[in-house]
Every structure is written in C-alpha cells, then in structure tokens.
Ligand binder design. Sequence first.
Ligand code: ATP
Length: 340
Amino acid sequence: MSVHQAVLIPGDGIGPEVTAAAKRVLIAAEAPVAWMERQAGIAALERGRDLMPEETIEEIRRCGVALKGPCTTPVGGGFTSVNVQLRKKLNLYAAVRPVRNLRGVPTRFDGVDLVIIRENTEGLYSGVENQVTDGVVMSMKVATEVACTRIARWAFRYANRRGRRKVTVFHKANIMKVTDGLFLRCSRMIHEQEYPNIEYQEMIIDAGCMKLVQDPTQFDLLLLENLYGDVVSDLCAGLVGGLGVVPGANIGDELAVFEAVHGSAPDIAGKGVANPLALLMSAVMMLNHLADTCKDESCRAAAERIKSAYDRALADGRKTRDLGGDLGTEAFADALIERL
Ligand code: ATP
C-alpha cells in the first residue's frame, strides 16, 4: 500500500485544535497519509516567518495536496490575506463546498444537498484597493474572460461527472453590468456550447438568498464569483447545522488544498470546544481526491470508514456544543475513533 505525502497546516485560533483532532481520526482510520507539517498565518509570523511562507507553498507544490486549518490575517499592517495568497500563488481557482444534511443533526430543512462552486482568484478579492485622496478609498472588482470561462467550465464538468442536473449562477449583473455581465456571458457560453444537457438558471443574488432560506432543496449546484461565494457559503452552512459541518476544497489543475469553510473562530479558540467535523470532512474530501487522482482505493476505503464513524456518532447523539451536544473537540474525536 502506498503512502501519500500531504501538507498539514494547523493555522490559527481553533486551527491547531481541530487539525490535531482530525489527524488523530485519520491515523486511527489507517488513512495512507504521511503528514508534512508546515506553518501559515499568525503561527508563521510568530516563528519569524512570512505570513504565507514560501517554504509552505513549495511543500504543497511538492506534495500536491494539503489539509489546512483556518489562518488569520492581521488587520492593518498591509498584509495580504493568507487565503488569497495561497489560492493565487497555487492557482487554486475553484472552491468546492458541498452542503448536505447530516444524519443526527436536525435542521429546519431535510433533503438539502447542494454544492457551491466559487471562483477563487479574482472579483473584489483581487486585493486591488487604494486611497484615491483623503477620505476616499476604492476597491477594484476584477473579472477576466479567462477566469470566468475556466470556473464555468469547471463547474459544469463537475456537475456532469457527479450527476448534478442544474447549475444556478447568482449574480448582480443588473448593477455590475460589466463584471458580473462577463461572468454571466461566460457561464451561458459554456452551458450552450459544452453542456446543454444540464439545466441552467441565473438568479439575482439577493432574490437567490431569499429562495435559499425559503427552500434550499430547489438548488443543486450554485456557481458564484469570489465574494458572493464566500458569503453564500456561510449562509448555506447555516441551513445544515452551521460552520462546524461544512467542508471545502480549493482546487487547481495540479494542486488541491482542503479546508473547512469556517474561520479561526477566535471567540472559542483554546477552549477545546470547537467542532473538528468540518475539517475532518475536508480531510475525507482529500482522501477521495487522492483516490481519484492516484487511483488508490485504500484512500476511498479510509474515507468511507471515517464517514460511517461520524454518521453513527452523530446518530448516537455524540455531538459538539455547536450541534446541541456536550462533547469537546477531543471527546468528539474519541467518539469517532471508538466507532472506526
Ligand atoms: P474569520 O474572519 O477567520 O472567518 P470569524 O470569527 O469571522 O473568523 P468564524 O471563525 O468562521 O468567523 O466563526 C464564526 C462563528 O462560528 C463564531 O461564533 C465561531 O465560534 C463559530 N464557529 C466557527 N467554526 C466553528 C467550529 N468549528 N466549531 C464551533 N463553532 C464554530
């Protein structure tokens, strides 16, 4: 059995707690992964490194995959966001966030099963901001035909492969006619020319958010530009139990970095109460990605073991506090390990 090298970035806030718990579960599940631990975020700054050390970037290039805890970017001081740097430097242009009900986590809606595909490299998160004059600042929303076409093609191909029937683009092209207009044109073009078999729908984002909270089961795959994808991901997390249960992946043509949708949660950091499930589910996505790209079914088997363990633990009422339970981070990891 071959062992896959993967970078592990503990990150900041609750990051070290949830990555340690997830790592323990993966080891107990005999996932064929060897961890190369590297730093990013405040944790890197505190060790005298850059916020996003080149060495960490290089190690991800070498290994091909990483599991990343949330990283904090200090406010002020001119730092470029860790996540923005990582996604741009490694060209991880597609963020994938599956949003599903979990057995044992009752929520307002049953049957939620949608996936968010977010463009990860441009839009208002391009970081082109400046002071025009005293008291006047501006931020530039960048959209390129290359990146809009690339993410649309990626989203439709994903839908096609995974049996998703409908792609819905959320936009604000009625106001941002040029930038969101380009995003729409590229999405339409890919739909018409390459995937006419998949249903295609456009929705102004404010109306789309209302429909999401009224009945999320009407959506299948949501395709969004960067900022909209960020905001709508948290909204959708709220539909299925919160940020503790939504995993994610940032994927490029060669590399992939897996991370939970949630941030560093400074309000609960260091208290041992964070839910490690979102990061663990991200690790499951990583194992399935390795199974697909390296044709290694032992990765898929480990992913299945972990999934079955957390399904059973939740069904038995073994949950962290954010889901209405009373377990801490480590106790929840123990509950999974007992069920492996
Ligand atoms: P950032 O700016 O890094 O995104 P934030 O505080 O704005 O940080 P999150 O870190 O995502 O956003 O946290 C939002 C809320 O969700 C907080 O109240 C936090 O405690 C809660 N939360 C986030 N992740 C988890 C988790 N894994 N387990 C339990 N609660 C969580």
